[in-house]
Structures are given as C-alpha cells and as structure tokens.
Ligand binder design. Structure first.
Ligand code: PGA
Length: 259
C-alpha cells in the first residue's frame, strides 16, 4: 500500500483526478466508480477537465460498486441516479458505457452473478475508486464480510444506515439491503484508489492501513492487493502511527513513478 497524506480534501480530489485522467488518456479502459460524498470533489475536478481540458471518457466504461435494494433506478438516491447526476451525465461516456446493479431485480443473486460476468466481459476494472465507511466498509462490504466475497446481497449495519440518512427524507427511508461487489471482486481491479477525508474517517483508515487483515475491518483486505494508493487528508490521517514515514517516502518518490 502507498499512503499519501495531502494537506486538504481539494488536494485529495486533484490527486485522484490526476490518476484517473492518466488512466483515461492512455486509451480504452474500465473505471470502477464509487458513490457517497468522498469522490464528489474528484468528479467535479474531472468534469472541469472535460469542459476545459478536453479530457474525454468516450473510450471508457464504468462499473458502479453497489446499489440499494428496493430503490427503482429512477429514485434520486439510487446509485444509478446519483452517479449520473454527480458525474457521468456531465462528461461524455458512451450511451451504454456506465454499468450498475439493478436494485429491483427479482432475483438479486442472479443479478449479482450477471454483474460479475459483465465486469469480466469488459476485461476487468483497470482503476477502482473507493471510499471507506466509518465502520471500515468498502463498497457495502460491512464488517465480517468474507475477504474473498463476490457480488451479492448484504444487510447494512445500523451505523451505515445512520451515516447515509443525510441523503434521505427520513432515516427510516434508508434501505436495509444492498447489492455490492464483494471484497474478492474489488481486489481483482488492477489499481485501487482509496480516498478518505475528515476526522470521522481517521479510525477506519488507521485500522485498514495499520491494523491486521481482518474481516472486522473489511478495508484491511486491501492490504492483500499489489497496487493500492491510499489518498488521505491530514484529518483522516491523524490516527496513523507511521505518518512521518509515509510523508517522507512520498516526498522522495521520483516523479516518473506516478501512483
Ligand atoms: P461517504 O461514504 O463517501 O459518503 O463518506 C463512504 C462509504 O460509505 O463507503
């Protein structure tokens, strides 16, 4: 894992956008997109670069990490709608290039298996953007998710439903169930970009990065991946024991090496 501590959330967004831009400019690729508040600054940055810098997503495909079960895709809080409104409709992805899970599928397990097949059919994910939950989840892989899990239905923890209540009219409107790529699925992406900002994420980041690999902190499974960039602001990094080491190493990294 490479831990990169940046001064502000805006620096995290810019650095993540740099990595995505580099991937997209290299040619056809498959991006893994996350929803939630964390990547919004990155998406804004990419939209700006599309508008003013000619950055094109016309040759890219995108796969979402997860979706609420029971929300029709037209619901404003379905991740299908959120990613369209926050990012994909403002750039130039092809008409059928943004893929998500169907939260209304009659057979969620069949939907999950088909989704895995669609990812594999596209050649796998080149660059996966990830946020982290306060309970250490990535995607919606809640604590005790199998480190080898595949796309499947999960039940949200009370903590996650509380955390996400801000997006809904009432806390009771947050769905209980979701479809999410599994930790095994996420770990097959070729490069993982884990983003976290703010003090509320400091504990989860410390457990994920410096704690043991353990299902109680699902994000710790990323330690098993050969290419992970963890981009955190000072607040999210505040509980890391080895901050000086990470800062020193990144400061002396040759520019040609990239992320
Ligand atoms: P957030 O959520 O980006 O809205 O903080 C992250 C997550 O739950 O994975």
């Amino acid at each position: 894992m490479e831990i990169i501590i940046l001064p502000t959330p805006a620096d995290v967004a810019r650095t993540a956008a740099d990595a995505i831009e580099e991937q997209v400019r290299r040619g056809p690729c498959v991006l893994g997109l996350a929803t939630g508040s964390t990547p919004l600054g990155t998406y804004q940055e990419l939209i700006e670069r599309h508008r003013t810098g000619g950055l094109s997503f016309a040759q890219a495909h995108a796969f979402l990490l997860d979706e609420y079960v029971g929300l029709p895709s037209a619901h404003p809080q379905s991740y299908h709608s959120v990613i369209r409104d926050e990012f994909t409709a403002s750039v130039d992805f092809g008409a059928d290039a943004v893929h998500g899970l169907d939260g209304m599928a009659e057979d969620p397990q069949a939907e999950a298996e088909q989704y895995e097949a669609r990812i594999a059919g596209a050649g796998g994910v080149d660059l996966q953007i990830l946020g982290i939950g306060t309970d250490g989840h990535v995607g919606f892989n809640e604590p005790m998710s199998s480190l080898g899990s595949r796309t499947r239905i999960k039940t949200l923890t009370r903590q996650t439903r509380q955390d996400n209540a801000r997006f809904f009219d009432s806390p009771n409107d947050v769905p209980d169930h979701v479809l999410t790529q599994g930790l095994g699925t996420i770990r097959e992406a070729r490069h993982l970009l884990l983003l976290a900002m703010g003090e509320a994420k400091a504990e989860a980041i410390a457990a994920a990065v410096e704690g043991p690999v353990a299902a109680i902190c699902p994000a710790s499974a990323l330690q098993l991946h050969p290419h992970v960039s963890v981009l955190v602001d000072e607040a999210a990094a505040s509980l890391l024991a080895h901050r000086d080491y990470y800062t020193d190493t990144f400061g002396r990294k040759p520019a040609w090496q990239g992320l």
